[in-house]
Design a protein around this ligand. Structure first.
Ligand SMILES: Cc1cc2nc3c(=O)[nH]c(=O)nc-3n(C[C@H](O)[C@H](O)[C@H](O)COP(=O)(O)OP(=O)(O)OC[C@H]3O[C@@H](n4cnc5c(N)ncnc54)[C@H](O)[C@@H]3O)c2cc1C
Ligand SMILES: *[C@@H]1O[C@H](CO)[C@@H](O)[C@H](O)[C@H]1NC(C)=O
Ligand SMILES: *[C@@H]1O[C@H](CO)[C@@H](O)[C@H](O)[C@H]1NC(C)=O
Length: 434
């Protein structure tokens, strides 16, 4: 790996090393922008579950750093049938009151790349390999941020230590401390909101899944829709494993906002999906007996007013945590990183004031899109569970879905960034030629 030569005299601290933090770290480091990543945990880690990326996100990976894209390609899994390589999901209706449903495909969504999923831990491992270890400091739980007399940002950590940087990017997830330090602990945007959905998540061996429900629905991405719930499955780990997520409309509140998961059992899932198709019952029956229940929270009830305050910025879930129904949250992390990296890379950005202007440009470009996806994803959650005006009309669902998906997939990442950089350079009056 060649070490890029230093292009800036400032240093950026990245708080949090999830997908957002690591992709940003790689994008900045490979532009010669000095960084340090501060991660709360003792090492980088992701949960064992799948995450899929749409074409906009894959484009953004390439902009961030070719190595991110190459790492993704090494671990990504597409639909296994060659006839479905452009299919994003096949949608089936899996519930009919008082009837035994025979599942058939009602409609399909497509993208230029089809389904593109990775096992989270595998993808993160690919990123970790690319980040120089001396740039990452672990066991650093950010508590607060203050300003030094010279204007630099001072991070205070749980172990009593501090560290300084010229600017901070909070990549610390849905319960972001960086967000709390920007707005004060009592601001509504600090507390994420329950979307009233819970999810059961499982990984099962593909062989078993194929035997149980047949090759077509086991080996390719499928969305099973029904009343008050939906189940999505897609292959991960190069087709060795099937990723299952079963969403259900919750009948109560989620009491413990500190913990977003609680122990559950397979029987709970089977009860929530009683009366659904045979395939759905079989899918759930294959999951582990101890099945954690995930509460789906987002930042949708109280969106953060701005992703930026001075030389502190928010990115990824820290800025806009979305429910997973668009499958876009991680992709938006990568889009954010691409914007931020290209803006900071501009030769017009040299001083601490330039940094603040670059952060502001990032906010102006990203705020509406980030907030939109959170709301649209909430809508999909309702629509998939037949709780929206579309009801159980699969044609209407298809029309509405395609309209919303296009806003995500067809986004011109390169064009958007070029415009944002040009505006920043015009504002700084340096037109990049310093
Ligand atoms: C069920 C489910 C399914 C999903 N499916 C998809 C999908 O298919 N496609 C998709 O694009 N998105 C999906 N998403 C969304 C996606 O997972 C998230 O948007 C993405 O992982 C967020 O990454 P992040 O780096 O912003 O935050 P996180 O992954 O939460 O990372 C935050 C990091 O910061 C660290 N940290 C936290 N607080 C501190 C602190 N105070 N100090 C220091 N470090 C700290 C944490 O330890 C962690 O490493 C899904 C989400 C869910 C819940
Ligand atoms: C289960 O899925 C298969 C496709 O893999 C489909 O052909 C079959 O009709 C489904 N079974 C039921 C009972 O819906
Ligand atoms: C963070 O620092 C500010 C400024 O010193 C202070 O007012 C605030 O109380 C601190 N917050 C916490 C949670 O320590």
């Amino acid at each position: 790996m060649t070490v890029p030569s230093k292009t800036k005299d400032f240093e950026i601290a990245i708080v949090g090393g999830g997908i957002a933090g690591l992709v940003l770290a790689l994008a900045l480091h490979n532009r010669g922008i000095p960084i340090t990543v501060y991660e709360r945990s003792a090492k980088f880690g992701e949960i064992g579950a799948g995450v899929s990326f749409t074409p906009n996100a894959v484009k953004a990976m390439k902009i961030c750093y070719e190595g991110v894209y190459e790492g993704f390609e090494r671990v990504c899994t597409r639909n296994m049938w060659s006839s479905k390589l452009q299919t994003y999901f096949d949608y089936v209706s899996s519930y009919e009151e008082g009837k035994v449903v025979d599942e058939t495909i009602a409609f399909s969504t497509t993208t230029s790349l089809g389904q593109n999923a990775v096992h989270r831990a595998h993808f993160l491992d690919e990123m970790v390999k690319l980040v120089p270890p001396e740039k990452c400091i672990f066991n650093k739980h950010l508590i607060n941020i203050t300003q030094a007399p010279n204007g630099r940002q001072v991070m205070h950590f749980g172990d009593g230590t501090t560290a300084e940087a010229d600017a901070i990017v909070g990549c610390d997830g849905i319960k972001s401390r960086v967000r709390a330090t920007m707005y004060g602990a009592d601001h509504p945007c600090v507390t994420p909101s329950f979307t009233n959905k819970i999810a059961y998540r499982g990984l099962v061996p593909m062989e078993k899944a194929t035997e149980a429900i047949g090759a077509e629905f086991a080996q390719n991405a499928v969305m099973h829709l029904g009343k008050n719930g939906h189940i999505l499955t897609f292959p991960v780990a190069h087709g060795k494993t099937m990723n299952i997520v079963a969403f259900h409309e919750s009948d109560g509140n989620w009491e413990d906002t500190e913990r977003l998961t609680k122990p559950g059992r397979r029987e709970d899932a089977l009860r929530d999906f009683a009366g659904w198709s045979d395939n759905v019952t079989k899918l759930l029956s294959m999951c582990e007996e101890e099945l954690p229940i995930w509460a789906i929270f987002d930042t949708g009830a109280n969106p953060v007013p701005s992703f930026v305050k001075g030389n502190v910025a928010l990115m990824g879930d820290a800025a806009h945590a979305t429910s997973p129904h668009h499958g876009a949250g991680a992709g938006f992390c990568v889009e954010d990183a691409a914007y931020l990296a290209c803006l900071l890379q501009s030769p017009a950005v040299q001083t601490s004031e330039d940094l603040a202007a670059a952060f502001q440009a990032y906010n102006d470009a990203r705020l509406d899109r980030g907030h939109w996806v959170v709301q649209s994803s909430r809508y999909l959650g309702k629509m998939y569970d037949w709780m929206s005006v579309e009801g159980n009309d699969m044609d209407k669902i298809a029309t509405e879905l395609r309209k919303r998906n296009a806003i995500i997939y067809d986004f011109d990442v390169e064009g958007g960034i070029a415009q944002s950089v040009a505006e920043l350079e015009a504002k700084l009056g340096k037109s990049g030629k310093k």
